[in-house]
Structures are given as C-alpha cells and as structure tokens.
Design a protein around this ligand. Structure first.
Ligand SMILES: [Zn+2]
Ligand SMILES: [Zn+2]
Length: 147
C-alpha cells in the first residue's frame, strides 16, 4: 500500500491536534507492561516517518518511562498521543487518535510474550517476542523500542 503523505488526528478534548507525515498505512500493537499500563489497554501506533506537526503543543505533557523513550499526552484530557525515541529517530502516533483510522491495516504485534492470556486479537499477522524486538533493534538505545 502506498505511503500516506499526511494523516491528521487529535486528542479527546481537541486542545492538541496533529498532522503525521509520510505514514505507512498500517499500525502495530505493543503488549509490553508499560504500554498496557500507559494506554489502559494496548498501545496501537502508526509510524510517522516524516515526523509530526502539532497544534496546541503547549498542552502536551511528556513522560520518560525509560532512558530512550518518551510518551506524549494531552495535559487537559489525558489522551495518549505518541511514543517516540528521545533522539527523534522514531515517532509512533496513537492509532486511536487518528481522524480516519479505517485506511490502516493491522500488521504487527510486538512483545507478544508479555500479552496476558485473557485477550487475543483475531487473525494472523507478524508477532514478535521481546527477544525478537531486541534482536531487530540490536544497537542501544533502540533496543528499548516502544518501552
Ligand atoms: Zn485533550
Ligand atoms: Zn510497549
């Protein structure tokens, strides 16, 4: 599928809106304990290869749960907006915050070995364990991909 030049989204209250640039039309799910706690479910993320432009940027709170990652959220309504590497080499915006989520395919689940048995997504797709993720992003600090 073709890359999407611009993808828009916003938080629940509308204080923060964003335009993600150069987006592949698929999303990934992370089952790690940090993403589950942060999101209240699972983190569903769409990679913005061209970065993200924000409006209402002053309303974004940032939280560093690890030495390499940074999580952004709306300080007013609490919507989870993005996970990014602190060095800017990766930014994944929250799939659930997109305006047109229907254009995306669900292609990958990561930290599948951290998923509780109580739920599972239907269908087949690429699944990566923590070890797979660490191997794929071998050089630190990228080994903390979506943590
Ligand atoms: Zn908000
Ligand atoms: Zn995670």
């Amino acid at each position: 599928m073709a890359e999407l030049e611009k993808v828009t989204g916003r938080c629940l209250c509308g204080a923060v809106a964003f335009t993600a640039k150069n987006v592949e039309p698929h999303f990934d799910v992370c089952h790690c304990s940090m993403c589950r706690r942060w999101s209240g479910g699972v983190m569903m993320a769409v990679e913005a290869k061209g970065g993200v432009d924000f409006s209402g940027e002053e309303n974004i709170g940032l939280f560093r749960a690890s030495d390499w990652g940074e999580r952004g959220f709306c300080k007013i309504c609490g919507t989870n907006l993005f996970w990014r590497m602190q060095d800017g080499s990766y930014v994944g915006v929250a799939y659930g915050a997109l305006d047109n989520a229907g254009d995306f395919e669900f292609t990958t689940e990561i930290f599948i070995d951290h998923k509780p048995d109580a739920y599972a997504f239907e269908g087949d797709r690429k699944q990566m364990t923590e070890a797979d993720v660490l191997a794929a992003f071998a050089a630190p600090p990228a080994e903390g991909y979506v943590q």
